[in-house]
Each structure stands twice: as structure tokens, then as C-alpha cells.
Design a protein around this ligand. Sequence first.
Ligand code: DGJ
Length: 728
Amino acid sequence: MAVCYDKKSKTISINTEHTTYQMKIGPYGVLMHTYYGERISGEDMSYLFRYEDIGFSPAMGDAGMDRTVSLDTMPQEMPSFNVGDYRAEGIRVQHGDGTYVLDLRYVSHEILEGKYCLEGLPAMYGDGEKAETLKVVLRDRAKEFFVTLLYGVFEDLDIITRACLIENREEETAVMDKAVSMSMDFLTADMDIYTFNGRHTMEREAERKKLGKGITSIGSLRGTSSHQHNPFVILCEPETEEEHGGCYGFAYVYSGNFLVEAECSQLDMLRFTMGIHPSRFKVMLEKGRIFTMPEVIMSYSGNGLGKLSAQFHRAMRNHLCRGKFKNSRRPILINNWEATYFDFNGEKLIAIAEEASKLGIEMLVMDDGWFGKRDFDESGLGDWFPNEEKLGMGLHELIQRVKEKGLSFGIWIEPEMVNEDSRLYRQHPDWAITLPDREPGRGRCQLVLDLGRECVREYLYQAICGILDTGDISYVKWDMNRSISDVYNPELSPEQQGEAGHRYVLGLYELLEKITTRYPDVLFEGCSGGGGRFDAGMLYYSPQIWCSDDTDAIERLKIQYGTSFGYPISTVGSHVSACPNHQNGRITPLHTRGTVAMAGSFGYELDISKMTAEDKEEVREQIKNYKKYFELIQEGDYYRLTKPEEIFMGWQFVSQDRGKSLVNVVMTSARSNAPGCIIRCRGLNPQDNYKEAGTGRVYSGSALMYGGYLLPKEMGEYQSYQMYFERV
Ligand code: DGJ
């Protein structure tokens, strides 16, 4: 059993292969957090905590004159509130009698086989993997108010998940205006925090900083997880690097407003919480209502960031992503967006398909502009029927003719949005999210449909089925191109408005669940202006997400580097586009664009008819290589070999048996009379010998890892290299 209870010490320990997580029913029934880290042998870790009188940290009521206990200093599994704990709040509630208080104490626990599910919310699943659930029930000391903590344990994956259920059983309604899915109190705050921040076309730039006193926080109030701050965070010891040191990762399986807080307290302890953002959040907990908080995926590595990432990659790839494509090679596609933008018709797409098939490309994706009245981005959203006049043919015919060229067919949709200039808006202006008596804010000239409402979801379900039933559609790119504002749901009472944002997310999940269940053979790609909703919640419905609207290979290095800390390579949609690059005008070699796009689900997004014969040959070669290496890329372990600020970026894929490896390098600056560049490999077996494809040269694993590989010297900017090694 991974979870065990020691009656004598009253500790509950969760052991995974390499880690231990421990809690203890402490003094006065407070559920204390006593340890998370490298696996230990089961002792009661509370010996690390000192009970003493700390000035201005009051005792709990039931402790009477005992001056040695205070919730302000005790490490807890879920913080209490307004009973002397002044650190970042967990669950904030006002009971029916007006009192603001939550004094949580242990009631019971059970250990169950298999992994828990969460109603209406995405969550990791067992699927053949050894998994257990720990449920711990806490209750307020005076009120019938319960919090059930859920822990999912994947022993072999070194993964523990957390979620919680919040229930009011009092007659009178309680009002909750802050809730976290998890909270953890570390005994030391001597840690760095990694966050992944950015903007549209520059998402998830890794930022590392030392935690100082007070609260460090990131979050989103955009209705989505956002381009600006990603709901994946790492805490690590100051000396931690790729291959050594302790580190903790936390991925929120949620796609809406969120808040992460890391508070370094007066005693240099650290409280870390992840939850729904409390701003504009308020839940009316009528008697018997259970509110389910989304899941957090947690993992610890004592051997550096590389191992931590590998743990998340494996867990998400196999136990979060679903559907027939989660482990199989995705078709190599060509998307017409950067090739044509809105300026296309059926014949133009068929011509692209014809050229693409000659190069080995397997799917054509028709992007924005094929429906309603849409020749630019100010009209048409909501009208999900093909614009036959523009296409010059019906959708069915177009699909057939693309298929005749030997390509499967994919389609772009943006179901959550509506333009005021659309048939849908004219019929149902009230379906758009707006505040009464106020002009709504437009983003990209569009409004957001309220997916929190049943009638909207039903329309969208029928509309999407209508498209997908038109012909043989193998892929859907589900886009979402603005942040949500003016949040208000007319179906909710004034008191319930604080749930409108969360209900939108639940509605989105419900719709995605229905659609993906009805079309199990369709590959879904998530997208929100690139990677504005690149989170673990969306990966439950779409095994890949368009990583960024920035297709410049050099900026992508940074974006894909940051993304790789938490998310598997198979989930990263990445395309080769034209030069000069459409986002920043940079010119890079086609080979380099291919090398970078291959660190993901691979495709093209350019006008092939404008390519030279030489370029087309390069594309053929890239496709051949991607097909050859895809297992290694998709299922191998991924190693970051350098950091973005270095003069070259390197990353490496190594097969699970360490027999094959693909090393990738992109030079990020050209230099004259420069010293030789050496890249050190990782993850190989030091004792084994590896033969390099092409040169046939044999190196020992130890030579490649401890000595390194000498990169060729070439002229010109942004050269790249892919070295493939196989064990001999
Ligand atoms: C944003 C996406 O990220 C792009 O790839 C493209 O699909 C456009 N939307 C179309 O409007």
C-alpha cells in the first residue's frame, strides 16, 4: 500500500517510489503537514517542528491557556481561518449567522483503491496504473461545515494529486469567497520559485527568483489560465539545477481564473497554495451543497529539474491526455493560416494539398475564414456553417477533394465567441457575456458566448456536430481569441454572480466532454491565440495545444523551453513557417525551423507554392526524419541541455531504454574567431557505446556526457544540428 496510517504516531504517510508525503493528526486534532520530499522510512516527521510560545500568535480556543500551540505557526494541510492563523488564507467562509470562521479539525480518513474522479472537472486517471486514493475528512469545530481532502497517489510515477470537496450541512447558507484546492506548509522558505510568464506571442518564459518575506503570487483574472501566467509552478532549493537538487512541481488542472500564493512567514516557513482566484468569486453554499475544487498535480524530484519534468511529462501523457492520439503519432499537417490568412477559397486549399502531398505532408487544416461571412476578423463568429460562396464549393466536396490528394482534413473553429456582425448575434444578442446597461468591451472585435448557460452549450453542440458530420474530418483546432471581461450571467441571482466565471469553465468542460466523446477518432488541438490556455485542464480534452502564435524559430526556443518544464513534448503544437517570420521579421534557415518544430507535434504553416526546389527537398528530409524519430520525441525522456541565455540552445531526447538519442542544437548568435562549442549530453548509459548516424563515429556514453560533443563550425546565423546516436 502506498498510503499507510500509523496509529501510534497518528501519521498518514503516502509513499511513492522515490518520495514521501506525510501528515499527522496533531494536537487538538489539527491536521498537520509534516513532510514532503525524498522517500523516508516512515518515522513521524513532526519531530522537526517545535511547539513554543511565539509572541502575537494566539492559541486556538480549545487550547485554553496552552501557550505552545497556534495555528499561526503550525504547518497545516488545509489552513483554518480567523482563528489565529494570519498567513495566506485557504478557504474563506461566512456562515449563516454572520461569523467569518473556519476551524478545521480531523474527523476521519479512508484509503481506497484506485484514483478518485471529480464530477464535471478534468483529473488524472488510473488506467491500468497502480493508483490509490486517500480521503481525509475535516470539520469546523463548531459548525456542520466539512472539507474533504482528496489525495490521488500514483506510486510508480512519483505523482500525488490533490483536490477537495467543501460542504455546508448547516441549515443556513454559508458564503465562501476564497477557496484553494491545496495548501502546503513547508518548514523552510529558503526556496526559489519558478513561474512561467509572458504575453500573446511570447508565452511561458521561465523566471526564477528567490522567495522573500511576504506573499509572492501569480494568477489570472482573464477567465482563462492566460498567456500572462501559467498555472504550473516549481519550488526548488536554491542550489537546484537540471541534474541535482530538490524541487517540487504543481500543475493546476483548471483552465479558468487561478491564484498561486507562496508566503514566507515570520518563522521563515513557507505556505504554498493553489486555488481559484478569489476576486469576483463567491459561492453560496446552501445546506447539502458540495463544491468541488479542481485538481492539482504534484511531484517532487530530489535529482533536479530534469527529472521533475520527466515525471510530469509521463504522468500527463499517459494519465491526463486521453483518446486515441494520446500516444500515437499525430499526422504531419499543413495549416493555411500563415499561408493565406483570410484570403483563400476551396481551389487554393486543394492546390496547397496537392503540393503538400508531394512532400509527404499528411493533413490539411483549414483555419479561420471558411464559415459565415468572414473575410476579416470583425464578423462571422458564431455562424458555424460553411461559406460556400467564398469556398466556391460545399464543405463536403472540399473534404473529398483534399482526400483525393491523399491528405486527411482538419478544421478550425472558435465556438466560444461571437461577432456582433453575425446571424447568431442578431438572433441571440443576450447569449454574449455583457454587463446590464453597459457597453461590453470587445477583444479582437468579438464578444464571448456564455458557456455557463445550457442554451448556449446546446446550440454550440448542435453546430459543431453539424460541421463534423459534414464529411470525414479528422482534426479540430479549437481556438479562443480573447480574454473574458464584463462577466455577468443573467440566469444567476445577484448573490450567485460570483460563480459566473467558474460556471463558464465548467460549461466549457461539459461541452468538450460531449464533443470529444461523440467523436473519439477526431484529434483535438486546443488553442487560445496560441498558448493562452495551455494548461493541464485543457490537456484532458485535447492531447495537444498550439503552443504560441509566435512561429519564429528563435523566440520559440524560449517558449518551448519554458513549456517543457511542466508539459510533455507531445502536447506542444509546433509548425515550420515562412521567412521573414510574420511575427518579428527574422530570417532563419529552413533547417533550423524544422529542428525547432520537431520538438513538438510537427507541421507546416506556409505557402508551399512559394518554396524553391531546394527548400522542398529540405521539407521532404524533415518529414522523413520526424517520422523516423517521432517515438523518441514523443515517448523518450526530454533533457534541457542549456538555458536560453547561452550562445546556443540544446535539448535531447533519450529512449526509455537509453539505447537511442537525438541531440538538437540551435546556435543563437554568430561569432567570429570563436572558441569551439561543446554540448554535453544527458541521460545516456555511461558504459555503453553510441554510434552517430551519418559520421558513423562511435563515442562512449561517458564521453558524450562528461566530455561532450564538439559542434561543427559554420558561417551564418541560427544554424542548427540534429545528431542521432544509437547504442552499438
Ligand atoms: C489564433 C491562432 O492561434 C492562429 O493560429 C489562427 O488560428 C488564428 N487565431 C485565426 O484567427
